[in-house]
Design a protein around this ligand. Structure first.
Ligand SMILES: NC(=O)c1ccc[n+]([C@@H]2O[C@H](COP(=O)([O-])OP(=O)(O)OC[C@H]3O[C@@H](n4cnc5c(N)ncnc54)[C@H](O)[C@@H]3O)[C@@H](O)[C@H]2O)c1
Length: 344
């Protein structure tokens, strides 16, 4: 299958590109190369004859039309987005422009292409987040029918994009599938997100910031498991249906941070104990307390379950960062990295 992947130079998109190439698909990677992109993430895949790259912005409809016409894809996997909640608090405009207007452009370009090309099996896979469902109390889990209740500019822009995708399916008949996943972590994670921040601060012997009381609960999904689930939904998901993807790994932030520190102690004992560096800092405004995914639909209908526990996934991730300084070192100089963002 020839798949047009948007955001394929980012964290999750690049995992999809690497896995899809490995499985024999052809990939057109469309990416605007914003601050969070890194073509090094796909350096091996890029050597494959089935890979091509288009530097383009999803806010530019004409560019999208030209790419569809040139490559004639069988499917779209739409991951391009502004993705960092803290940045959405400081500068929401980019989130509205890329996540909402950009998704609108992708839908319109896909619809025009689908109608003109006559590709009966074409489908548009929209990749979204569990953050659209809002915040849970101590109990309960998000299902695919949980009402939307986004609470940050990021999650509101993603919720809006999900609504657009469903509307294009209902109104125009565009074949779509949607996925809403939990927090990803793993290799090639841009060093502004919690897991790489903890690893790199621990490695540098610097304070490890934990927001609020550290009691916020997330479900953690290893990025390579996520890529596997995404390709499965693209190929076998039911037209018009959405699937929640979780790691079956709920953890409080403070426990996650302590687990990373324990792996650092094992793999880099000279800095131990790394948890002495944990420092509680003021909370993020509107910080959702708990997210949890009910993974029943993807498990029962498509037979998918995550392959690694959070403990194993974190160990692999810590080892990867320790072995790949050449990848992350240059990223530390990018705009905003290492600074406290998202305080009002
Ligand atoms: N990281 C997570 O834990 C998580 C969880 C759930 C859902 N998601 C969703 O998965 C997708 C990918 O997230 P990620 O963590 O890989 O993000 P990322 O920030 O690492 O990558 C985003 C990519 O999109 C590209 N991009 C941004 N704006 C663009 C534009 N206007 N035109 C073209 N390309 C543009 C960037 O250059 C970058 O390569 C997003 O849609 C995000 O909402 C992420």
């Amino acid at each position: 299958m020839k798949i047009l992947v948007t955001g394929g130079a980012g964290f999750i998109g690049s995992a999809v590109v690497r896995l899809a190439i490995q499985r024999g698909h052809s990939i057109v990677n469309l990416d605007a190369l914003t601050y969070s992109a890194n073509l090094a993430n796909v350096a091996d895949a890029a050597r494959h004859p089935n890979y091509s790259f288009e530097e383009a912005d999803i806010r530019d409809r004409a560019a999208l039309d030209a790419i569809f016409a040139a490559h004639q894809p069988d499917a779209v996997m739409h991951l391009a987005a502004e993705s960092h909640v803290d940045r959405s608090i400081d500068g929401p405009a980019a989130f509205i422009e890329t996540n909402l207007i950009g998704t609108f452009n992708m839908l319109e370009a896909s619809r025009a292409y689908w109608q003109e090309s006559g590709k009966a099996n074409f489908r548009f896979h929209h990749i979204s987040t569990d953050e659209v469902f809002g915040s849970l109390g101590e109990d309960g889990q998000f299902t695919e029918t949980t009402p939307y209740d986004p609470r940050s500019p990021y999650s509101a822009s993603k919720a809006g994009s999900d609504h657009l995708v469903r509307a294009w399916h209902e109104t125009y008949g565009l074949p779509v599938v949607l996925t809403n996943c939990s927090n990803n972590y793993g290799p090639y994670h841009f060093p502004e997100k919690l897991v790489p921040v903890v690893i790199l601060r621990a490695l540098a012997g610097e304070p490890i910031p934990v927001y609020g009381d550290g009691g916020n609960v997330r479900d953690w999904l290893y990025v390579e498991d996520h890529a596997d689930a995404l390709l499965l939904v693209l190929e076998n998901g039911e037209n018009g249906r959405s699937y929640n993807i979780g790691g079956e790994n709920e953890a409080r932030n403070i426990d996650l941070v302590r687990t990373i520190c324990a792996h650092m102690d094992d793999l880099r004992p000279e800095g131990a104990p790394h948890d002495r560096l944990i420092t509680f800092v003021s909370d993020r405004p509107g910080h959702d307390r708990r997210y949890a995914i009910d993974p029943k639909r993807i498990r029962d209908e498509l037979g998918w379950r995550p392959s690694v526990t959070v403990d194993e996934g974190l160990r692999r991730t810590v080892a990867w960062y320790l072995e790949n300084r050449d990848w992350w070192q240059p990223l530390l100089g990018r705009d905003g990295v290492g600074k406290r963002l998202g305080q009002v």
